[in-house]
Design a protein around this ligand. Sequence first.
Ligand code: UDP
Ligand code: MG
Length: 248
Amino acid sequence: MSISIVVPIYNEDENITLLYNSLHQVLSKLNRWYEILLVNDGSTDGTLEKLIELTEQDEHVRVLEFRHNFGQTAAMSAGIQEANGEIIITMDGDLQNDPTDIPMMLEKIDEGYDLVHGWRKNRKDTFINRKLPSITANWIISNVTGFPVHDLGCTLKAVKTNVARELELYGEMHRFIPILAHWRGAKCIEVVTKHHARKFGESKYGISRVFKVVLDLITVKYLIRYLVSPMRLFGVCGLVCGIMGIFF
Ligand code: UDP
Ligand code: MG
């Protein structure tokens, strides 16, 4: 099956060439049709120039360009819609994910899984403001949604394109892709993936991301539980308000 690598990129100019080289090394050995879809999410550094250079150098590279910074979820979603491959691999553009994990993830897709999501078991980020909030958030999300998962924040995933296209991604929803796909009946599996510390550039997220994830969790819970019959929620609310109106 053919492959589209989808990478959202925001101000990563020092990482672009190294990212391309590491992807090229792995992908050129796979004997499959592939494309590298780099989504420039309104970068203001030299990222765009570097991306354009790559398209001139290698016909496997395509660039999508946003007029301004719309966020990682929007960038990922645009890449998913534009992908020509039958399998989409999503990953970060900052060299924290490792393309050498891709063949192992493709094997899982070949075995019949629809979605393979990574678990950065040996995550190379700071403990207090990155790993601890992430472990806590994953624990809460697993319990609230009933979907056993260690690491929803790992962008490295392989997913069949037809499954990815069904998902409606907005807000910070790219983190919930495995849950949304599972809810739609996709066969999902978690695999341990490598992780590297960021060497160049900066993380685009602070601790405020935890609150956004919690708000998105409420949306996801609502979608899973009530989308098919919203009146079960709103009807009960209306009934309670009506009864209160009679007595008070
Ligand atoms: N990113 C993006 N748009 C944004 C924020 C991030 O395209 O508004 C990209 C970023 O360039 C990187 C990936 O999303 O390729 C993950 O971002 P980051 O490394 O900052 O996240 P972290 O690893 O800290 O969770
Ligand atoms: Mg990162």
